[in-house]
Design a binder for this molecule. Structure first.
Ligand SMILES: Nc1ncnc2c1ncn2[C@@H]1O[C@H](COP(=O)(O)OP(=O)(O)OP(=O)(O)O)[C@@H](O)[C@H]1O
Ligand SMILES: [Mg+2]
Length: 336
């Protein structure tokens, strides 16, 4: 292969032009064949075909832009959801403490080569704890976005219910991928491991899963993949498990200033003048980041359809109060 071909391959990769890349690969295959290396030529042709097939089925199934390199294959298909998030940490409203800790994780990841030169490894295993809607999943997206890595999400509770008795095996497949493919892996509903421990039908399975996860947490991870476990219920997590994380980050409902920050970002050009915020303060209390976003989006949509240039503070207050009423209802019916 000539330097020219390498250049052409690289520049089509940089341009994101996969068609061009594959067609250069085919040219190289033809050349290999002419020069008496049919095996290599065949291998190349097969790979190109595989890439094209995957792209076709992948984009048809998801209706999204294709993710050529990071699509889960084989056994992982249907188990893991993969995305390429575009979110950054700066699009989140975070406490100084959490912002600083997440910033440090990103930096260690970005400069992991330097760390390794000095015999250190970047932090890779994080436990994200907090009530629903407080930004755990969004953090996983933002870390992937910052690091330009694919985000792979697995929901443990769903895994348990879909693969009764086979969960440990399924997890093993996932852990092998984590060791091979660099990415951000979100193990969501992580407390499923703790929650099922008391279930007499499940004891053997739970022990296998717990052991499998514990062993995995000890394995060196040469790809420096980030592994994030998210849970609403830290209290039911096994202590042996919790100890194995490099970082435990606790999420909470926002304080008044953060709540206002989150809503103002969502309102964008529809935001009202700041003197109204004083009277809104009581309505902001007790709602999660996610609920605030929903309330804000609701009034923005109304304003758009009504042809208004701003949302009214009283409409926002009503939307916030509605969310609170809803929340009260659901909490009473919640099983745990
Ligand atoms: N710190 C934040 N800054 C801005 N928006 C946020 C923040 N945290 C959450 N949000 C908004 O709230 C929504 C819900 O958050 P997210 O899905 O991350 O919650 P979660 O903690 O994963 O909840 P669950 O436990 O229910 O999975 C996000 O999609 C985002 O719009
Ligand atoms: Mg979540």
């Amino acid at each position: 292969m000539s330097a020219k071909q390498v250049l052409a391959l690289l520049s089509s990769h940089i341009d994101g032009d996969e068609d061009q890349l594959l067609s250069i690969a085919l040219q190289i295959a033809a050349q290999e064949a002419r020069q008496g290396r049919p095996e290599d030529a065949d291998k190349l042709k097969r790979l190109v075909q595989k890439a094209r097939d995957q792209r076709r089925t992948g984009s048809a199934a998801s209706g999204q832009t294709p993710i050529p390199l990071a699509r889960p294959r084989g056994e992982l298909q249907g188990l893991v959801e993969s995305t390429y998030p575009k979110v950054s940490l700066s699009s989140m409203v975070l406490s100084d403490e959490i912002a600083r800790r997440l910033g440090r994780i990103v930096r260690q990841q970005q400069e992991r080569a330097t760390l390794r030169e000095h015999g250190q490894t970047p932090a890779t295993h994080m436990l994200l704890v907090g009530p629903p809607g407080t930004g755990k999943t969004m953090t996983a997206s933002a870390l992937a976005g910052e690091l330009r890595l694919p985000l792979f999400t697995v929901r443990l509770e769903s895994l348990f219910s879909r693969f009764l008795g086979e969960t440990a095996g399924k997890l093993r497949v996932l852990f092998d991928q984590i060791a091979k493919t660099r990415g951000v892996y979100l193990l969501d509903e992580f407390d499923a491991i703790g929650a099922r421990r008391g279930d007499p039908n499940d004891v053997g399975e739970i022990r296998r899963v717990l052991n499998s996860v514990l062993a995995f947490m000890e394995e060196p991870n040469s790809t420096d993949s980030l592994v994030l476990a998210a849970t609403n219920h830290v209290e039911i997590l096994d202590e042996a498990l919790a100890r194995r994380f490099d970082e435990v980050i606790e999420y909470a409902l926002p304080d008044a200033a953060s709540a206002r920050g989150i809503i103002e970002r969502r309102l964008g050009k529809f935001k009202f003048v700041s003197k109204f915020w004083v009277q809104l303060a009581p309505s902001l209390e007790g709602l999660s980041q996610g609920e605030l976003v929903r309330a804000a989006d609701e009034v923005v949509k109304d304003a758009i359809l009504e042809g208004e240039s701003r949302v009214s503070p009283s409409a926002l207050r009503d939307a916030l109060e509605n969310r609170k009423t809803l929340k009260g209802k659901f909490r009473r019916h919640s099983p745990r």
